[in-house]
Design a protein. Structure first.
Length: 135
């Protein structure tokens, strides 16, 4: 209820909704009302409106935006490996931190390189190719 109260306050929703929050029969109406309210401002405007509140609201970020978002930066949620930004390893524990991954085999690498990294020798790879498993 306390989070919904913040939603009611920040959106300017009729305060009567606080009493009707759990009335499932009214949820379709509430959904339409909130859709209309949220359409009045941009995503970033709403994010600023709810910033530092207990409204349980956060923007949906695209991949290019996510690493630079303050929340993600503060938690080191992204790492760059060989020039490629990616999610940091998880889970993370205070006493046993997980190291960032190395570049390893990258997208677009040859099948031979991938299989060699997996432990297959040249002869095994040649047998797979001769059997038609690899092209």
């Amino acid at each position: 209820p306390q989070f919904f109260a913040v939603l009611v306050e920040k959106t300017g929703l009729d305060p009567q909704w606080r009493k009707q929050q759990m009335d499932k029969a009214r949820w379709p109406e509430l959904t339409r009302t909130l859709e209309a309210i949220f359409a009045q401002k941009s995503r970033d405007e709403w994010a600023r409106e709810f910033e530092a509140s207990d409204g349980c609201v956060a923007p949906v970020l695209d991949w290019e935006e996510a690493p630079s978002h303050a929340h993600n930066r503060a938690r080191a949620n992204h790492v760059e490996v060989s020039g490629v930004m990616q999610a940091a390893p998880a889970p993370r524990f205070s006493r046993t931190p997980t190291a960032a991954p190395d570049a390893g085999v990258v997208a677009g690498a040859s099948a031979d390189a991938v299989l060699a990294e997996a432990g297959l020798d040249v002869e095994a790879i040649d047998r797979l190719r001769a059997a038609g498993v690899l092209t």
